[in-house]
Design a protein around this ligand. Structure first.
Ligand SMILES: Nc1nc2c(c(=O)[nH]1)N[C@H]1C(S)=C(S)[C@@H](COP(=O)(O)OP(=O)(O)OC[C@H]3O[C@@H](n4cnc5c(=O)[nH]c(N)nc54)[C@H](O)[C@@H]3O)O[C@H]1N2
Ligand SMILES: Nc1nc2c(c(=O)[nH]1)N[C@H]1C(S)=C(S)[C@@H](COP(=O)(O)OP(=O)(O)OC[C@H]3O[C@@H](n4cnc5c(=O)[nH]c(N)nc54)[C@H](O)[C@@H]3O)O[C@H]1N2
Ligand code: SF4
Ligand SMILES: [Mo]
Length: 739
């Protein structure tokens, strides 16, 4: 039998084991992998030496994906809830019943009663994301939520304010920078995020080797901070530090006036707004010596080139949009925006922003949420309000929820509230690989293919790679059991409520575009677009495309198939492109939008409450991946345990030692975890990884114990960052007690 459905030479020649190049879709470097496949089963994964960028590098999670692929606990057939368990049903039975229930809900309560939450793994599947957006637009869904509000939406909103372009996110030019200021990121463990950089540790260590500096601002002396210079800031104080650095730079005449004149508007207002944030005035909030902050500001401004980069540690505080904004502002003010060695704007593989800008499909603040009046970000509302949207009566109440590639009961604040709200839904359907903490009570669990069971191209990541590249992969094994690709499932559900993704409104261009496409296809109007067809079209007409033969050497899927190990598209990101990036009418970067000036005016630290003297933050571990890799045996060896990292001074003051069970209590909840004392933690701060405390169908994960730190977090609308709807998951006041 053919293992991959391609009927390539190996089947015809009867070779039983096949090695197929593909790439990992667990995290953002997208490392090249070689899959060994025998009789349609994955035998092993190893790093691909021929991948142009990862060059034989992959981490333990990538290799351990074999265990996920072959996991006996995987859901391989559609499951329907029966009392407190599940029974296997056929796809038709499941889809017909779901369709019928959706039609009844639409009839009684309108389409605004339906909703979708898509989780992190969806961003690694072009077809999944395309079909969610297509379905959202075609069905007019309003209740759309994602992991983005626990991750990165503040970054998009900052780009909207700065550049007038939501998805234009600059990346640090790692290969050329002389000075990297990194806040709230631990790429040695996370492997880099909102930048796609295989072998990132080497890229970072090369900076000091060539005489440059890397400064890591983090309340924990992380695996990354240990390799470089560490600035142990207090949690949720980055806005104060960045404002203070800007204050010093303006005050001491270190700003790059030429860059300001050329690129920006609002520099003097920004200067006025940060004037009160001197290093002295901010020292109590940041915990940093004023002289150190001054020196850091001067060094950054005087470096030949400097990049400023922030990641989740700067996204999950109370001022997340402001912080993301100030990160880019600092780069611009020092002349490092859109300049070699600074922060630079990659070129998209397909012209998503342009298309979106032209069609105005999804953006920022086009809609407001029913609960909390939050603006949408890329068509999604804060996931932290999902529970209240389910439980608050009235028109527009969320009654039917789909979750795909997501585990919000593990990942959003106040998971208990969400778990109990989900029980009140009329319908909950999950598309997943596992029974997880969110779907364990769902009406249906529909089995999704793994990334090895679907074709893919990492669409959004080319623009985020300092060395622009791409790769197209076919599936390497046929779907196990009855697993289906998400887009097929979405299509089948859409059909049953009478809508069709990618065929919305005759007045809209995509319909016309697709009409033209259909006319040019064999089969005429009956042909419905498939993901490879759409992506080929977008690729060929995109910035790197072959324009159907008009641009020699341009890309098409056919051409990418000839480069199964991936293809480098340029040596570096081009600079001097800001005029194309900025969409504001005056073609300038806006340094003083009203929203940001207001944030700076009202910036106040949370008053310390003696009842909760410490702060809790998150952290990531090399052998965990959010909530979903704790069932893979190779990652769980050595009796791994969920532990809170605590500074010895803080532990001593409450009589806790390593290995003790301790109780962590915030104003919103309480959990019990094992203590691990370490002077990596700055005193006053405790770090607890998320994604533990399992109660799903993953037996090894369940047995690993642990707790969900998000029980400590709040979903009160006042506790949700108001510009981007970011959940507040870092810097929450807590108290420690022996358990
Ligand atoms: N306290 C705290 N909370 C956090 C964070 C933090 O730093 N601290 N980080 C936040 C961040 S950055 C993120 S991204 C979120 C993640 O939050 P979520 O995306 O909600 O959750 P995950 O744990 O990533 O769960 C992913 C689910 O997708 C399934 N899955 C894996 N691959 C596929 C696939 O190909 N198809 C389908 N259909 N399903 C698949 C897995 O089985 C799993 O059930 O957590 C957030 N929560
Ligand atoms: N091994 C592994 N890799 C992963 C993941 C995983 O779960 N495991 N998840 C993936 C996902 S979904 C994402 S989004 C990326 C995230 O990528 P990163 O953001 O690089 O990952 P983290 O390790 O969460 O790093 C955040 C850092 O912020 C620090 N921090 C917390 N609060 C503050 C603060 O207030 N200020 C400052 N300056 N720092 C603070 C934390 O101590 C932590 O070191 O990683 C991805 N890669
Ligand atoms: S770093 Fe690991 S998990 Fe991330 S893409 Fe590479 S192999 Fe996969
Ligand atoms: Mo994330």
């Amino acid at each position: 039998m053919c293992c991959c459905s391609l009927w390539s030479r190996c089947c015809l020649e009867g070779v039983s084991q096949r090695e197929i190049p593909t790439y990992c879709r667990i995290c953002e470097p997208l490392c090249g992998l070689i899959a060994t496949v025998e009789d349609g089963r994955l035998v092993r994964l190893r790093a691909d030496k021929e991948h142009p960028l990862s060059q034989g590098n992959a981490c333990p999670k990538g290799i351990a994906f074999t265990e996920i692929q072959n996991d006996p606990d995987r859901v391989l057939y559609p499951l329907r809830r029966t009392g407190d368990g599940f029974e296997r049903v056929s796809w038709d039975e499941a889809l017909d019943d779901i369709g019928g229930r959706l039609r009844a809900l639409i009839r009684d309560h309108g389409r605004e009663s339906l909703g979708w939450y898509f989780g992190n793994p969806s961003s690694f599947s072009y077809s999944h994301t395309l079909w969610i957006v297509g379905f959202q637009l075609a069905a007019g869904l309003r209740h759309v939520y994602s992991a983005g509000s626990q991750d990165v939406n503040n970054r998009f909103v900052a780009s909207q304010l700065l550049y007038g372009s939501l998805i234009s996110v600059p990346v640090p030019d790692l290969d050329r920078t002389d000075f990297l200021l990194m806040l709230g990121a631990n790429p040695v463990v996370s492997h880099g995020s909102v930048m796609s950089v295989p072998r990132i540790r080497e890229k970072l260590t090369a900076i000091p080797r060539r005489g440059g500096r890397v400064v890591v601002v983090d309340p924990r002396r992380t695996e990354t901070a240990r390799l470089f210079e560490h600035v142990g800031i207090r949690p949720d104080a980055d806005a104060w530090l960045l404002a203070a650095m800007l204050q010093v730079i303006f005050e001491e005449g270190l700003a790059d006036e030429q860059a300001l004149r050329r690129q920006a508007s609002g520099a003097s207002e920004l200067r006025g707004a940060v004037a009160r944030f001197t290093p002295e005035a901010t020292a109590e909030v940041t915990g940093l010596e004023p002289d150190r902050v001054r020196a850091l500001a001067r060094d950054l401004a005087r470096a030949d080139s400097a990049a400023v980069y922030g990641r989740t540690g700067t996204c999950l505080g109370r001022h997340a949009t402001l912080v993301a904004f100030l990160i880019d502002a600092l780069a611009l003010v020092t002349g490092n925006l859109d300049a070699p060695g600074g922060v630079v704007f990659g070129k998209e593989l397909v012209a998503v922003s342009e298309l979106n800008a032209r069609l105005g499909l999804i953006g920022y603040g086009k809609n407001r949420s029913r609960i909390g009046d939050f603006p949408d970000v890329l068509g999604t509302f804060p996931a932290a309000i999902m529970a209240k949207e389910m439980t608050t009566p009235g028109p527009g109440r969320l009654r039917a929820l789909f979750t795909s590639a997501g585990n919000p009961v593990s990942s959003v604040p106040n998971p208990r509230e969400l778990a109990s709200a989900i029980k009140q839904l009329d319908l909950h359907v999950s598309i997943d690989l596992y029974i997880n903490e969110t779907n364990r009570g769902a009406d249906y669990i529909l089995p999704a293919t793994t990334f090895l069971e679907r074709d893919d191209i990492p669409l959004p990541f080319t623009a985020l790679s300092p060395t622009p590249y791409t790769q197209y992969t076919e599936r390497v094994v046929r779907p196990y059991g009855e697993a289906r690709e998400e887009w097929q499932i979405i299509d089948a559900i859409a059909t049953r409520i009478g809508v069709q993704p990618f065929a919305f409104g005759p007045a809209r261009t995509p319909a016309r575009l697709l009409g033209a496409l259909r006319r040019n296809l064999p089969g005429g109007s009956k042909v419905r677009p498939t993901p490879p067809l759409l992506v080929d079209l977008a690729l060929r007409t995109g910035p790197y495309g072959d324009l159907f033969g008009l641009r020699r050497g341009g890309l098409s899927l056919r051409k990418l198939r000839r480069h199964p190990h991936g293809l480098v598209l340029a040596d570096a990101i081009a600079t001097g492109v800001l005029r194309d990036v900025v969409q504001h009418k005056d073609n300038r970067v806006h340094l003083a939008p009203a929203e940001i000036l207001a944030e700076l005016r009202f910036l106040t630290a949370i008053p310390t409450d003696p009842a909760y003297p410490l702060r809790v933050i998150g952290m990531r571990e090399l052998k965990s991946h959010n909530s979903w890799m704790h069932n893979a045996e190779p990652l769980m060896r050595g009796n791994r345990e969920h532990a809170a990292r605590i500074n010895p001074e803080d532990a001593a003051s409450v009589g806790i030692s390593t290995g003790d069970r301790c109780r962590v209590t915030s104003p919103h909840g309480s959990i019990e975890v094992t203590a691990q004392l370490t002077d990596d933690m700055t005193p006053g701060t405790v770090a607890i990884p998320h994604g533990w405390g399992h109660r799903g169908g993953w037996r090894r994960a369940n047995a690993a114990g642990g707790a969900n730190p998000n029980d400590l977090m709040s979903t009160a609308t006042a506790d949700i960052e108001h510009l981007a709807g970011m959940s507040n998951l870092n810097g929450i006041p807590i108290r420690l007690d022996p358990a």
